[in-house]
Design a protein around this ligand. Structure first.
Ligand code: HEM
Length: 551
């Protein structure tokens, strides 16, 4: 201790500072490589972390795009990040260079939760054999259990009826549709994984949904980023388990449910659902230490499908309801097409879509405009690659700004408006659009290689919007900041205060604040209004003049 006094302290501090600067420079040396994408100047140790606008990342990226072009770089502490913007850059990286860009950044936090290289599930799994094995398995199994087949249609139509009944039960009271949509969509996924649906008040379902929300919140917080960037913090006893308590509880509950289903498995019968099929694979792979068919991964894959499928589809449906309420003209045309092609007594079938170009165009436009995963899910380069003439070294995190593709002003006629005509030709036929990337593109697209099916996942949405929501037009959505989605927002939620009415005859006092129906409006029989209060999360990219708005 005596050595650290007087004359020695100053030089020691200088030596430590020089050492740290050298380490920092070493981590950033790639920035000086030729053809590395440009970006704002990083600060020693923290990189661009302090400049980054975590509240409005898409606006921030939009500004940087204006300054540096479609491919620019950032340093988040010592993590090198390249942000890809616009159709051309995103397509080149994810489609043309998909072999180089399909990896995910490592997540030390998950290793710490006890998940090894063979049990990373699907969503965050590193690009390699285990991911390929699970990807192939889940796609073929979901297809066998009905993705696109009659049996799934039956689950979906049955669920849509239950959902409509639950909406109708709200008669006279304002309500947010999110919770019911979560339950309905959760049930559809559950039909594939567990072969069953839950009543909407079933404690198991409520617990699954509650834990999903909590886990998503924990998973997008600052602490998670900190633990991932500085994994040594994970050694602080109990910290990781505390931070990820909801994820742990979700995994425990999923495991319990899996074990219950395993007890009733009759091996002489064909598998009833994904869990049975997975267990069969575990049996086949016994003795192979390299297999990803193991107990932990069964739980991870089941959890990934539930969370990824439930959250994204439910949010998309909420956007669909909101946009139908705001655009009664569009809703009327959808209703008319449904009446003509399906009729009021029939239930919709997957095959109907071929005769419903307007409805299909509306579903696509809801997804384009809703833009629910605005920054995609991070990818990572697994080898040196080149995008738009820039060199991107192995191990660089890629943020794919899907929002910049779905709202690319060079591509879409009215990027910031809800405009189903984006997907219709002059004769009213449905047309595909290469910039339609709500599911991202390339190797990690959910459902690839059959993406067209994805859109009809919203079959129940079409059934609901078309049949049940005569509306009147509320005032424009206020422009507002995105909701608190955590460090980098994974999901773009519709206005937090969206409330639907069942029966506009509700007394004004019962109406949610912010809803201004025209004077003297007469009661309507079904859901008929929206409360558009604070916390609105409509398009966040700065538009040329005032900022885009929902129209
Ligand atoms: C309705 C709308 C949906 C949207 C907008 C959506 C969007 C996305 C996006 C943007 C990704 C990231 C792709 C990438 O890394 O490049 C993703 C991944 C994924 N999604 Fe979806 N998704 C939807 C529905 C579903 C459904 C219904 C399921 C399952 C039943 C699902 C399961 C997954 C899985 C497992 C992944 C990870 C794929 C991988 O990394 O290999 N998604 N999704």
């Amino acid at each position: 201790m005596g050595l650290l006094t007087g004359d020695t302290l100053g030089p020691l501090a200088v030596a430590v500072a020089i050492f740290l600067l050298l380490v920092d420079l070493m981590h950033r040396r790639r920035r000086w490589a030729t053809r590395y994408p440009p970006g704002p100047t990083p600060v020693p140790m923290v990189g661009n972390l302090l400049q980054m606008d975590f509240q409005e990342p898409i606006c921030y990226f939009s500004q940087l795009q204006g300054r540096f072009g479609n491919v620019f770089s950032l340093e988040l502490a010592w993590t090198p990040v390249v942000v890809l913007n616009g159709l051309e850059a995103v397509r080149e990286a994810l489609v043309h260079r998909s072999e180089d860009t399909a990896d995910r950044p490592p997540m030390p936090i998950y290793d710490h939760l006890g998940l090894g290289p063979e049990s990373q599930g699907l969503f965050l799994a590193r690009y390699g054999r285990a991911w390929r094995e699970q990807r192939r398995f889940s796609l073929s199994t979901l297809r066998n259990f009905g993705l696109g087949r009659k049996s799934l249609e039956q689950w979906v139509t049955e669920e849509a009826s239950c959902l409509c009944a639950a909406f109708a039960e709200q008669a006279g009271r304002p309500f947010g549709p999110g919770a019911l949509l979560n339950k309905a969509v959760g049930n559809v996924i559950s039909s594939l994984t567990y072969g069953r649906r839950f009543e909407y008040d079933d404690p198991r379902l409520l617990q699954l949904l509650e834990l999903t929300q909590q886990a998503l919140k924990q998973d997008s917080g600052f602490l998670r980023e900190a633990l991932n960037s500085i994994p040594v913090l994970l050694h602080i006893p109990g910290l990781a388990s505390k931070v990820f308590s909801a994820q742990k509880a979700f995994i425990t509950l999923t495991n319990e449910m899996i074990q219950e289903h395993r007890k009733t498995r009759d091996p002489t019968q064909p598998p009833r659902h994904l869990i049975d099929a997975f267990v069969d694979e575990i049996e086949k792979a016994k003795g192979n230490p390299k297999t990803s068919f193991n107990e932990e991964n069964l739980c991870m894959v089941t959890s990934d499908l539930f969370v990824a499928g439930m959250v994204s589809t439910s949010i998309t449906l909420t956007w669909a309801l909101l946009l139908m309420i705001l655009h009664p003209d569009v809703q009327r045309r959808v209703q008319q097409e449904i009446d003509e092609v399906i009729g009021r007594e029939q239930l919709p079938e997957m095959g109907d879509q071929t005769r419903m170009p307007f409805t299909v165009a509306v579903i696509h436009e809801v997804q384009r405009f809703g833009d629910i995963v605005p920054l995609g899910v991070p990818h990572m380069t697994s080898r040196d690659t080149e995008v738009q003439g820039f060199l991107i070294p192995k191990g660089t995190t890629l943020i794919t700004n899907l929002s910049s593709v779905l709202k690319d002003e060079k591509v879409w006629k009215k990027p910031f408006r809800f405009y189903p005509e984006h997907f219709l030709d002059a004769q009213g036929h449905f047309v595909k659009h290469e910039a339609f990337m709500p599911f991202s593109a390339g190797a990690r697209v959910p459902g690839s290689p059959t993406p067209p099916r994805e859109s009809w996942r919203l079959g129940p949405g079409a059934g609901l919007t078309g049949r049940s929501f005569p509306t009147r037009r509320p005032p424009r959505l206020p422009r507002g900041a995105p909701g608190p989605h955590g460090a980098l927002p994974l999901l773009h939620l519709p206005p937090a205060a969206l409330q639907l009415f069942s029966a506009c005859g509700a007394a004004p006092a019962q109406r949610p604040r912010g809803l201004h129906l025209p004077e003297g409006s007469s009661p309507l029989p079904a859901l008929c209004g929206a409360s558009l209060g604070a916390g609105t999360t409509t398009p966040r990219r700065p538009a040329p003049q005032q900022g885009p708005e929902v129209q």
